[in-house]
Design a protein around this ligand. Structure first.
Ligand code: GUN
Ligand code: ZN
Length: 430
């Protein structure tokens, strides 16, 4: 059935130029959003909505006084790490060894994958995330389960089986050849089926041999509309190990460059400790630097330099990186991102923040014509936010004078309790 959502409509039109750039977004205090066959057909002032013949069989859902905006986009997270969140006491390399690899080993069983795929996708929705870019485990079954569940929900999901052939326990390893073969068969099975897309996923250069990275590069050439996701320069110990494994490479990024893994569809998780040369090459190749703020704080990895990357023309995106990250909430991740920039004497403004988790991330994925805004023709992937979900925020908002101030309160105090409703392709999922 067709639907009309009524409420406070907010959508970005472009990247904000400054903290007060009111031209960068469209806001309607009492707006309507018309949805037909899973897509947005129009929006406007509710008072101007015309109930013509076409609109006789229509459901009107009144979300006032909540904010209706595009669903959040999470550009980097790990499906098999739901039970890795909140693991105490380690930084990256020991965290992988002690907690992550043993947990991911459990995804060799289809029944385990099926059970967790349902929980994982519902958890994303509950936090307002409607599009996700996710790593599976090394097992083909993990990605089969995740794609099946996303397909059932008509969700936009980009995912891939991790390729990893060394420096980890045997039960989470593949081989260059098996990873190539399995990735290829997953691409043929899932890529571009409805709203699903495949990301070739070498975990990182520590767990992939040169031969495996070479085959990942070959897959990217063979299937040039797939994405690539991996990890880059997250932690100083990791970088030293990477350089010892690839001694002839100039730096960490060069390892991926030498295997033809850079480009506009390449998503580099973390991208923290980068040299000027690496930043230059990321900008040149249009490779995306994906910020994972709650993860970087939790694992003590370092401070992503948003200003330096943006000023040098690097394309950026933001993500939860759960289970290294500590929250599925993109609001919580914005809060952490703000604090990380504060530590570098820069105050990330709320307009840029909310742009980032919607249209900005859509742009980073090249999917701005499908998701990330409330333009007609886009999928009706929608989050409804209640700014006054807690007594604390309701009280704090008594002192707010405009939408921009309100958004900052929501990102600072907000989480899944603020997510009143979620729609994916027009169907309510929360
Ligand atoms: N580097 C390689 N694998 C991972 C992972 O699962 N999480 C994080 N945060 N970094 C990684
Ligand atoms: Zn990650």
């Amino acid at each position: 059935m067709n639907k009309i959502l009524r409420g406070r409509l907010l959508t970005f039109l472009r990247k904000p130029d400054n903290h007060n750039d009111t031209e960068a977004f469209d806001f309607l205090e009492d707006g309507y959003l018309s949805i037909k066959n899973g897509k947005i057909t129009s929006r406007g002032q509710f008072s101007e909505f015309k109930f013509d013949e076409e609109h006789t069989n229509i459901e009107i859902i009144d979300h006032r006084p909540n904010i209706i905006m595009p669903g959040f986009i999470d550009v980097h997270n790990h499906f098999p790490q739901l039970r890795v969140l909140a693991s105490y006491g380690t930084q990256l390399m020991d965290w992988l060894t002690n907690f992550t690899f043993p947990e991911e080993a459990k995804f060799s069983k289809s029944s385990h994958c099926n059970k967790f795929a349902k929980i994982f996708i519902q958890t994303l929705f509950n936090h307002g995330t409607t599009t996700s870019v996710s790593f599976g485990s090394v097992h083909q079954a993990s990605v089969d389960s995740l794609f099946s569940e996303a397909l059932a929900k008509n969700m936009c999901l980009i995912a891939g089986k991790v390729m990893m052939d060394r420096n980890a326990p045997k039960n989470v390893l593949d081989t260059p050849e098996s990873s190539y073969r399995e990735t290829k068969s997953l691409i043929e099975k899932w890529h571009k089926k409805e709203r699903l897309k495949y990301a070739v996923s070498p975990r990182f250069c520590i767990t992939s041999s040169a031969r495996q990275l070479e085959l990942a590069g070959a897959l990217m050439k063979e299937f040039d509309d797939c994405y690539l996701q991996t990890h880059l320069s997250e932690n100083k110990q990791e970088i030293a190990l990477a350089m010892s494994l690839f001694p002839s490479s100039k730096d960490y990024l060069d390892i991926y460059a030498q295997h033809n893994l850079l480009g506009p569809k390449s998503l580099m998780g973390h991208s923290i400790h980068l040299s000027p040369r690496e930043i230059y090459q990321m900008a040149e190749t249009k490779t995306v630097a994906v910020h994972c703020p709650t993860s970087n704080l939790f694992l003590g990895s370092g401070l992503y330099n948003f200003v330096r990357l943006s000023d040098n023309g690097v394309r950026t995106a933001i993500a939860s990186d759960t289970g290294g990250g500590t929250s599925f909430s993109m609001l919580q991740n914005l809060d952490a991102a703000y604090k990380i920039q504060q530590l570098q004497n820069y105050s990330l403004d709320p307009l840029t923040s909310f742009y980032w988790i919607t249209l900005g991330n859509a742009n980073a994925l090249g999917l701005q014509n499908e998701i990330g805004s409330l333009e007609s023709g886009r999928y009706a992937d929608i989050v409804v936010l209640n700014s006054k979900a807690t007594r604390l925020s309701a009280d704090r908002l008594l002192d707010c004078n405009n939408l921009i101030e309100e958004l900052f309160v929501v990102q600072t105090l907000g989480d899944d309790r603020f997510v009143e409703a979620v729609y994916v392709a027009g169907s309510r999922v929360k």
